[in-house]
Design a protein around this ligand. Structure first.
Ligand code: GLY
Length: 414
């Protein structure tokens, strides 16, 4: 080929790449702008809610439902406000983010369940990242201390809930650990880095190693709940709380695992965690039951032969298979990060994340402006076994959708 043709060809390819990046930039801007409009509308709606409650979903009439700050989700609305401020630099959003974050300060001493990572790292973690205020760091460190009180050296794990009642009858397990708990470890790694106290890190790594051993199946699918015997640290039961059956794979549980193990690899550089994150991601993406748009059904094995819900689970009564947009949003965000560590699988994970984001941003999942109680995404599932929040918007689906957009933008800039 002569030099002139080669140069023209190269220029054409660069132009195409430039054009496609531009299109994707527009995609991100369009979604940021949509998110900001909805979030600003939601802020106006919150004045009608009870004080110290936080947006979570909508009721059957489409009105916003808020939950107590002691539930597991209060950090997500402040977190979304911080992300919205970050991409708009709109000071009114910073003021709102500050206001909603600071309501959560009393939680720094909360020890009644394991979700302090979600509650505080999504709110105060973003606040500290964007403002650098020392008092936020102190609140995060105190929160990490509170979370650490739930660690038991015999089980090597943080206790998720104070008890788990099996769907099979009346048995209550006193030391349940759920796969979601992987997400709370980020707060501990943060506390270890800013204080130099390796005890936090020790708790996080021990929990992650134990989960890797007991919560992840040999094919890299996941159990939702592993219950431990605290007298000897042995596994007493492996069941589900929010999934279809004990032996099935709850879609959001798998998503928490992909995100959690990716984050633990980032913090430790221990190859075992990367292998687990990639195994879980491959299981999710290569699954025959993953729909073409890559937004999973609420459980990968819902209504499949060989999987039976416990007798008391409402999953017995649900014959359709709702999607869970929250699981796709969490996974998309995780895959953007995982792709950076994945070597030969970088493109596989990145392209899957982009596909998920485009599906979520399509009219099939993204709500029209001014609708959906001002939440961004439709079609998530809280818990079918508990007969709650089925095919609704959820505040955490929105949070991880925005985070995934930001991670996508970061990758495009590189
Ligand atoms: N961590 C609770 C849930 O994912 O529903």
């Amino acid at each position: 080929m002569n030099m002139k043709r080669l140069l023209i060809g190269t220029a054409f390819v660069s132009l195409l790449a430039f054009k496609s990046d531009n299109t994707e930039d527009d995609f991100i801007r369009n979604n940021y702008s949509f998110a900001t409009q909805q979030i600003k509308n939601m802020l106006k709606e919150t004045v009608h809610q009870k004080p110290l409650t936080f947006p979570r979903t909508i009721d059957a009439g489409g009105k916003m439902v808020s939950t107590s700050m002691y539930d597991w989700t209060p950090g997500f609305f402040p977190g979304s406000l911080w992300y919205s401020y970050e991409f708009t630099k709109d000071q009114s959003l910073a003021a709102a983010a500050l206001n909603w974050t600071e309501k959560l300060e009393p939680l720094k001493d909360f020890t009644k369940h394991h979700d302090l990572g979600f509650m505080m790292y999504c709110s105060y973690g973003n606040a500290y990242r964007l403002t650098g205020k020392a008092e936020y760091k102190d609140i995060l460190v105190q929160s990490a201390r509170s979370l650490s009180t739930r660690f038991n050296p015999v089980t090597g794990s943080i206790k998720s809930w104070n008890g788990f009642k099996s769907w099979h009858g009346n048995k209550i397990y006193p030391f349940p650990v759920i796969i979601d708990n992987m997400m709370n470890l980020e707060l501990l790694f943060f506390a270890s880095k800013v204080t130099g106290d390796t005890a936090f890190r020790h708790v996080a790594v021990s929990h992650a190693l134990t989960a890797m051993k007991n919560q992840i199946r040999p094919d890299y699918s996941s159990y939702h709940v592993v219950c431990y015997d605290t007298t000897n640290g042995k596994v007493a039961a492996r069941e589900t709380a929010q999934g279809y059956a004990d032996n099935s794979t709850w879609a959001r549980g798998q998503a928490w695992g992909i995100y959690g193990f990716t984050m633990v690899y980032r913090e430790t550089k221990d190859a075992r965690f990367l292998k687990t994150a990639m195994g879980m991601a491959d299981w999710f993406l290569d699954n025959k039951n993953l729909p073409e748009d890559k937004v999973p059904y609420w459980d990968f094995n819902a209504n499949e032969a060989g999987y039976t819900p416990g007798i008391n689970s409402y999953a017995n009564k649900v014959t359709d298979k709702p999607r869970d947009a929250s699981a796709a949003a969490i996974t998309a965000s995780a895959l953007f990060e995982l792709s950076r560590y994945a070597g030969a699988k970088e493109e596989k994970y990145k392209q899957a994340a982009i596909k998920m984001l485009h599906s979520l941003a399509s009219p099939a999942y993204r709500a029209p402006v001014g609708s959906n109680g001002n939440f961004l995404l439709m079609h998530s599932v809280g818990s079918i076994p508990h007969h709650t929040e089925i095919d609704v918007p959820l505040v955490y689906a929105d949070y991880y959708f925005i985070e995934a957009l930001q991670r996508y933008e970061d990758q495009l800039k590189k």
